[in-house]
Write a protein that binds this ligand. Sequence first.
Ligand SMILES: [Zn+2]
Length: 74
Amino acid sequence: MSRRCEVCGKGQVSGNNVSHSNRHTRRKWNANIQTVKVTEENGTTRRAKLCTSCIRTSRKVQKDRKARNVESAI
Ligand SMILES: [Zn+2]
């Protein structure tokens, strides 16, 4: 299972835990990847692994598209 966002490619990064006595131990940070249903342009739905920031952005884009459709209908 890959822990990588399918949209932006955000994934695991590594670094050090640093204790008060300045001992360094390796650690990893995982991106917040969630499995979500995605509707494609041809109407089919599939499951995709996206980071939470991309999920948030896609919701904003959907909202914006809806608003534009309302404006064009008026
Ligand atoms: Zn992403």
